[in-house]
Design a protein around this ligand. Structure first.
Ligand code: SF4
Length: 412
């Protein structure tokens, strides 16, 4: 799939700038900007960064000891918030890579814990040194949040992530105090459910974070087909895990239509509180549009916008871009847009591509009324509130309304 040519281009922010500018941008957003100096060599088939052309990135050279000292010093000058976890990975202005492939990563994690009083969160497909990571977790309790991307332990592992660590190594990473949560997915019958049992056997404390992988732009067709197959098997896989009654906390987070359904009452009450009129045009992604069409038909003009920038099966209002919205315009003069669309990591009133609200209105001539109540805080709260396996099985799969909901056509 080719990259989408945007109708609205964001203003470039790094043109002619030194790489320290990128480091500072990341650190100001709570990231620890270690760089491998190249694209991620793990080359997972499902990687969401295969096509990240929608946002401007600038890759600093491979982090040196001198860079690291600069990073540590800069972070140390920031005030400490006991609730904040500084993030190693998941960068905004740099390409995502598995940072534990940097030969000094383990050493620098230890430095961070030793020389700052701040907390750290990181994700990796498992490239950690086993005794060391467990030792650090035991030595610095409560300061490490380690999200292990297991993805799958079964036969699809070789196909999806041939260069990732072996299952044997992952089980050693799981066996001890280090891992806070392990994420893995349904791909077929007896995939997610068997992984849940295998992981719980070695670690009964880590959160089991399950669900489906959502296809996005840039993935191979066969990978997309496998992800969609996983979605088909999710209900039976989830029932199996539910029936096993594992001691771990079990969550399912990844499917937008399920989250929207489980939070339908809150979505509807939020909509009512906005006091919109019938003629008002409100921007939203597919699942929210379905819920409001079910419960509040004709109470406003629901302006469905597909996530064209991210592509694939993305369905999320938070991740809509101004470009996505511009593509759907016909003769609208005024739009009501949820604030969460313009609260991305790129800064206030910017979408995930970095386009500002002002750039959108200037380019399209459309007047925008921002729905301030529908912010990322509201969206995230809904995401986590009913994100447990128990909610999915009892309140979604076993809810008679679910079939009517799933049979409703996706908005055109
Ligand atoms: S390890 Fe992470 S960043 Fe690297 S290819 Fe795999 S999913 Fe992408």
């Amino acid at each position: 799939m080719r990259a989408l040519i945007p109708l609205i281009q964001p203003t470039k922010i790094f043109k002619g700038k030194d790489y320290h500018e990128v480091l500072r941008h990341e650190m100001d957003a709570g990231k620890i900007p270690i760089s491998l100096g190249k694209s991620c060599p793990v080359k997972c088939e499902f990687c969401y960064e295969i096509d990240h052309s929608y946002r401007e990135t600038l890759e600093p050279p491979k982090t040196t000891q001198e860079d690291w000292e600069y990073i540590l010093d800069y972070i140390n000058k920031k005030p400490t918030d006991p609730l904040q976890f500084w993030c190693l990975g998941g960068n905004e202005y740099m390409e995502w890579t598995d940072l534990f492939l940097h030969p000094q990563a383990m050493e620098w994690v230890e430095d961070f814990l030793k020389f700052t009083d701040k907390n750290i969160t990181f994700f990796t497909v498992g490239f950690v040194h086993v005794p060391k990571i467990h030792q650090l977790a035991a030595q610095y309790p409560g300061r490490i949040n380690f999200e292990l991307s297991v993805i799958t332990l079964g036969e699809y592992r070789q196909k999806l992530m041939p260069h990732a660590p072996a299952v044997k190594h992952l089980l050693k990473v799981l066996d001890g105090p280090a891992v806070s949560s392990a994420n893995f997915y349904a791909l077929d019958a007896h995939t997610m459910s068997e992984d849940a049992v295998a992981i719980s056997r070695v670690n009964q404390k880590c959160v089991l974070w399950m669900g489906c992988l959502t296809p996005v732009r840039g993935l191979k067709e066969e990978t997309v087909a496998l992800m969609r197959q996983g979605r088909k098997y999710l209900p039976q896989e989830a029932e199996r895990v539910y029936d096993t009654g594992l001691p771990n906390t079990t969550t399912i987070h990844t499917e937008a239509y399920i989250t929207a359904f489980l939070n339908r009452k809150r979505i509807v009450s939020m909509f009512d509180s906005l006091e919109l009129e019938k003629k008002d045009t409100v921007v939203m992604a597919g699942s929210v549009c379905k819920i409001l069409t079910m419960y509040r038909k004709n109470r406003a003009r629901f302006f469905y916008v597909p996530n064209a920038t991210l592509g694939g099966d993305s369905d999320c209002t938070v991740l809509l871009t101004f470009d996505d919205i511009a593509r759907r315009l016909t003769n609208e003069k005024i739009l009501h847009i949820p604030k969460c669309v313009m609260q991305s990591g790129r800064g206030p009133y910017r979408d995930i591509a970095g386009v500002t609200l002002e750039e959108f209105t200037r380019k399209t001539g459309v007047k925008v009324k921002v729905l301030h109540k529908v912010d990322t805080r509201f969206a995230n709260k809904q995401l986590y509130r009913h994100g447990y396996l128990k909610n999915y099985v009892e309140d979604y799969l076993r809810n008679p309304l679910m079939q009517t909901y799933e049979a409703l056509a996706t908005p055109a």
